[in-house]
Design a protein around this ligand. Structure first.
Ligand code: ADP
Length: 603
């Protein structure tokens, strides 16, 4: 292996104890193998050559049996340690992957196929198994036992030792050649598998849409294409593996043949060695080669594992490098800002304390792009007072949601800054910040679980049933729960009962009632809900917003008119801000928008 993967070497260092145990067991195994051969040769010598009576060799045969049993036990022990290492390595790797996914920034979370990520977290990590359960124990055995056998053979009969020494290097040489070929193949296999999983998951999730648009058949073909691609990649690897086995077997057979021929010549023609020695050597030689051969197979699975582990590493590197990049950019801004504002020492450390209720928010020349040469959001200087209710308005695609995400810290500005209570948002501890924020989107995620559990996740702590029911009541959900078959214990989300759009948003509100946030981000429904639901939503939001700074992506004229400050977005630019009557007066575009809404009857 050219460059050991950092994930693997990290696992190695945490498994030092197991590696030492592997080495000790391998050494004991080597001693058992050579003793077994010596005892067997001795027994055959006594029984067949010296014609000794059975009773005189009973003791010897007994010891032989015991050694065989010990050898089996040691092999089992080695396997067991390998499995243990694999299990803990996989657990650790999955933890790293999960942690990385949960701590990844919002844009990187949204990027890529979910199915692909699942395939990396599950299948690729599973493939790492054979590195620890096969490759490591076999390599340890290969590093210790053949040397022991070689030493014994040299002592017994140097010629054979030389033959072994000469032929053995062909095996690792060959393995390296084949390994180099399989490396690329197994990486290719992972790319194929990730694509296949991704296509499959996407198709399943979008099945209804695909059927409606008559695309189900096309998608079926797509799945077929990517599954065939995966099959070809797997077959490619198998082909190499079989050729590999064939070649290894040939080398081993040839080598043993040469040794046997040499022994026969020495024994029969030159009569220069005893039967005992010849037999012992002939027993040891196949053990030697079979160990090297096993190593070949283990090497192959080690290679496949490495391909999989690289995929995991690549994913980890992608997410972490992206967040490092944005942090770096903000770092520059920090020092700049610190100079200008002459902030006291220590202000660069993360704020882990609770953010005072409700905070003031400032935007300072924020710029943001999703990708180079694409939509750009530009917002100048603007202050939002504590407890204010802000409405972001503008045409669809003008950047309202993007601005909301920037204020929420879900996206990081490319330049400029978002300040909360006068300090950079990025300096706050992420967990502490999100503990104070509730984001009520139009499509809140409903987890597979009971209705009550889905509300309870809002609290971020253990909550009583009474608290959950209280929150549901406040969010106008009590009547909905009463109608469910099993009330609060009804299973909702994936595989459970479906919820309507209005019910989902009220569920998000109930979560917020448990949380009592200092900042509320609200994506107002664009579609008209029934009058009753609309009223309940409005009333609940108003209750929540009494103790919070609330920023709403607003569509209702009512919300806009009552806002303390309206941010008017146009084509990615924060054009103006002010109260309803102010904007009506000085911003014709705003007056036009209000007019359209009035005529549309949305108020
Ligand atoms: P609004 O909320 O006003 O409808 P958005 O903020 O959602 O507008 O989108 C503004 C622009 O940014 C749109 O042109 C949209 O296509 C683009 N956009 C939104 N999300 C992404 C994303 N994740 N990646 C790339 N472009 C995006």
């Amino acid at each position: 292996m050219k460059r050991k993967s950092s994930l693997i070497s990290h696992q190695m260092s945490s498994q030092r104890k197991n590696i030492v145990i592997l080495a000790i067991i391998s050494l004991a195994l080597g001693v058992a193998i050579t003793s077994q051969a010596a005892l067997l040769a001795e027994a055959v010598q006594r029984i067949f050559v010296e014609k000794a009576s059975f009773s005189s060799v009973v003791m010897l045969l007994g010891i032989l049996l015991a050694v065989m049993a010990v050898r089996t036990l040691l092999s089992y022990g080695n396997g067991k340690v390998g499995l243990q290492m694999a299990a803990s390595a996989k657990t650790n790797m999955r933890a790293v992957v999960l942690q990385n996914l949960t701590h990844a920034s919002m844009p990187s979370t949204l990027r890529g196929q979910t199915g692909g990520k699942v395939s990396i977290a599950l299948d690729a990590v599973d493939e790492a198994d054979s590195y620890f359960s096969q490759y490591m124990p076999r390599m340890m055995e290969a590093a210790i036992i053949p040397i022991l056998i070689l030493a014994v053979t040299f002592i017994q009969h140097a010629n054979t030792g030389f033959i072994m020494l000469f032929t053995a290097p062909f095996i690792p040489m060959f393995m390296i050649l084949v390994g180099l070929k399989t490396k690329n193949k197994s990486e290719e296999k992972y790319a194929q598998l990730a694509e296949f999983s991704g296509t499959f998951l996407d198709s399943l999730q979008g099945l209804v849409t695909l059927k409606i648009f008559g695309r189900a058949h096309r998608q079926q073909q797509e799945i077929e294409r990517s599954s065939l691609g995966y099959r070809d990649a797997t077959m490619g690897i198998l082909k190499i593996a079989f050729t590999n086995t064939f070649m290894l077997e040939s080398i081993v057979m040839l080598s043993i043949g040469i040794v046997a021929l040499e022994l026969a010549i020495q024994l029969l023609v030159f009569k220069s060695m005893t039967f005992h020695t010849a037999f012992l050597v002939l027993l040891l030689v196949p053990e030697f080669y079979s160990l090297l051969k096993n190593t070949g197979t283990a090497f192959h699975s080690g290679r496949t594992s490495m391909g999989a582990v690289r995929k995991v590493e690549q994913m980890l590197a992608e997410t972490s490098s992206r967040s490092a990049q944005t942090e770096g950019e903000e770092g520059e801004y920090t020092s700049d800002r610190n100079d200008r504002m002459a902030q006291p020492e220590g202000s660069r450390t993360a704020y882990t304390e609770v953010i005072p209720m409700p905070p003031s928010i400032e935007l300072d020349n924020v710029r943001f792009r999703y990708a180079p040469d694409s939509f750009e959001l530009v917002a100048g200087r603007i202050s939002l007072g504590p407890g204010e209710h802000i409405a972001i308005v503008g045409k669809s695609g003008s950047g309202k949601t993007t601005l909301l995400h920037l204020i929420a810290g879900l996206l990081k500005p490319a330049s400029g800054a978002v300040l909360v209570n006068g300090s950079l948002l990025s300096q706050y501890d992420e967990t502490a910040w999100f503990e104070r924020v509730s984001y009520i989107t139009q499509h809140p995620y409903i987890f597979a679980g009971t209705f009550a559990e889905n509300i309870a996740i809002g609290a971020g702590r253990k909550v009583s049933r009474a608290e959950i029911e209280q929150a549901a009541e406040e969010a106008g959900l009590a009547a909905v729960a009463a109608q469910l078959e099993q009330g609060f214990d009804t299973f909702v989300g994936e595989g459970g009962r479906g919820l309507s759009g209005g019910e989902k948003q009220r569920l998000a509100l109930a979560r917020a009632f448990l949380k009592r946030p200092a900042i509320i981000l609200f994506d107002e429904p664009t579609v008209g809900l029934d009058l009753h639901t609309e009223r309940v939503l409005q009333r609940s939001i108003a209750t929540l917003a009494k103790t919070a700074t609330m920023i709403t992506v607003a569509h209702r004229l009512y919300t806009i008119q009552h806002a303390d400050n309206i941010l008017f977005m146009d084509n990615g630019v924060l054009v103006d801000s002010g109260r309803h009557d102010e904007l009506l007066e000085r911003l014709p575009q705003y007056a036009e928008m209000v007019d359209v809404q009035r005529k549309g009857g949305l108020a």
